[in-house]
Ligand binder design. Structure first.
Ligand code: FUL
Length: 515
């Protein structure tokens, strides 16, 4: 008897041991957050992701010469806005729900819009500016725009073109020969002089600029364009530029073709493809990725360098009287293919020769905002709604439960145990709804992990798959072609390279009946 009971006893002990260990692991999981996964966004990158949509402002000599790439042939007198009003820019952008604006302080032509000491080729030497100064008015357009942004509560950023036609000997400028603006042609590794030094000085002036009242200007982003239209080879000191930005504007994002803080999306249409990773594996000093590679990014890449989609409300970046703004529908479609695919949208809205945004363009921005709001403000999920999940990390529903996806808190998330790479959560809507879109956010503060997800709706008691996605990231907006009537929704993470973390989930639609 005794002999025979031994195996049973040891089996029982083994079971007890296993359940104790798994209980202890559960308790541990329930207390400790998941470890970070590979690369994570810096604090300023995380804040930048949350800006989502903001304006680009291309303004300068090209506005007045009806060009896109002026050849640096005009003297600063060309810059002559008849009714400059940077408050109108900032107020229009704020009204349109844009988080900020980025102004071309210097485009490829090299003419500076701020009162720089680095070149004579600046609007400050033109009649318009001299006249304003005589009247006691500010003629520094960068400073004026920064003040307006602050006044209207939006962010302010600067575009400073690395390629500088004004200093590039491959770009002849006969109109300027012998004038005050005939400056040393130092652009290019093979030419005398150090262009990186000049560019660094310009950058330093801009990142240390103050408003007229002496208060510092906080920059959200520095846009260091990667484009060049000449054969002159110039090796840029990207690390040096980054250090200048870090020292004086630690909260700013340095945008470049591939970094350091944000990358080009690979096209100028304001869109990206379905799969878009926030990471890549090259720096600015390495060979350029192709447009397609930039759209997708690199899964589990070496650097957190998320994409930003730059696009135009009109055909050109600068104002041209013969062009018209896009429709609100076109902007909505662009928005869903950029912000809706985890990529920030930088939409260019150029001032005209008066120095104001054309009324028609502002009207479109507002119409687009109304359309966006009408679409987004149909949230069906409210905090407190019951959410079931396949499992909860450590069984600790308070810290890691699925209800966290509804709490509106950007720091909380639903998590499962470390060894689980998939899972689902299910929500009973409490009535029949016509559902047509979903907004899902991964908790990227701890890294980008999810590579597959589905969204299903119960139709006549059976789940139908409505969305099959790949990379999730900061935010996904999945819009259906047609609404589906349902009372129950399931979000499943089907693939992840580390235990998945979902920060928020929302269903958009309209009520049909309550149960
Ligand atoms: C490009 C430039 O060449 C265009 O003129 C424009 O500024 C666009 C945003 O970037 O590289």
């Amino acid at each position: 008897m005794l002999e025979r009971s031994r195996p049973a006893n040891s089996h029982r002990w083994m079971l007890l041991l296993i359940s104790t260990v798994s209980w202890l692991m559960n308790v541990a999981y329930g207390q400790t957050p998941p470890a970070v996964y590979l690369r994570t966004p810096s604090a300023q990158q995380l804040e930048w992701h949350r800006l989502e949509y903001y304006a680009f402002v291309h303004f300068g000599p090209n506005t007045f010469t009806d060009e896109e790439w002026g050849r640096s042939q005009s003297i600063p007198d060309v810059f002559n806005p008849t009714a400059l009003d940077t408050d109108q820019w900032a107020k229009s952008f704020a009204d349109a729900g844009m988080a900020g604006m980025i102004l071309t302080a210097k485009h490829h032509d090299g003419m500076a819009l701020w009162d720089t000491n680095t070149t004579t080729y600046k609007i400050g030497n033109g009649e318009w500016a001299k006249d304003r100064v005589e009247k006691g008015l500010n003629a520094d357009v960068v400073q004026l725009a920064a003040a307006s942004a602050k006044k209207c509560g939006i962010k302010f950023g600067i575009y400073l073109s690395p390629w500088d036609i004004h200093r590039d000997p491959a770009m002849p400028k006969p109109n300027l020969t012998g004038t005050l603006y005939d400056e040393p042609q130092i652009f290019g590794d093979a030419n005398a002089g150090d262009y990186n030094e000049l560019y660094s000085q310009q950058l330093t002036e801009l990142v240390t600029m103050r408003l007229r009242d002496g208060s510092p200007i906080q920059l959200s982003e520095l846009w260091l364009d990667g484009n060049s239209g000449s054969d002159t080879v110039q090796t840029f000191n990207w690390t040096g530029f980054r250090n200048i930005i870090r020292e004086h504007q630690p909260g700013a994002i340095m945008w470049g073709h591939q970094g350091v803080d944000a990358r080009w999306v690979g096209n100028e249409d304001g869109v990206t493809v379905g799969t878009n990773w926030h990471t890549i594996s090259r720096t600015q000093d390495q060979p350029h990725y192709s447009g397609d590679q930039l759209q997708t990014g690199v899964r589990d890449g070496t650097y957190w360098t998320p994409a930003e989609a730059d696009a135009r409300i009109r055909d050109g970046w600068f104002y041209h009287s013969n062009e018209k703004p896009k429709t609100a529908d076109a902007l909505m479609s662009m928005y869903l293919q950029s912000v809706g695919r985890s990529v920030n949208l930088l939409l260019d809205v150029p001032p005209d020769t008066t120095g104001q945004l054309p009324k028609g363009d502002v009207d479109i921005l507002l119409k687009f905002k109304a359309q966006r709001d009408a679409f987004l403000n149909r949230e069906l999920l409210t905090p407190g709604l019951a959410v079931n999940a396949s499992s909860i990390r450590g069984g600790n529903a308070t810290l890691y439960g699925p209800a966290n996806v509804l709490d509106g808190n950007k720091d909380t998330y639903w998590a499962v145990n470390d060894e689980e790479k998939a899972g689902w959560l299910e929500i009973d809507l409490g009535g029949i709804y016509a559902v047509d879109a979903f907004i899902t956010q991964e908790h990227i503060a701890l890294g980008q992990r999810i590579g597959g997800y589905t969204i299903e709706a119960a139709v006549n008691g059976v789940y139908e798959t409505l969305v099959t996605g790949t990379s999730l990231g900061y935010k996904r907006i999945d819009r259906l072609d047609a609404a589906v009537e349902t009372s129950r929704i399931r979000l499943s993470v089907t693939q992840a390279n580390a235990t998945p973390l979902v920060n928020s989930f929302q269903v958009l639609g309209t009520q049909k009946s309550s149960s």
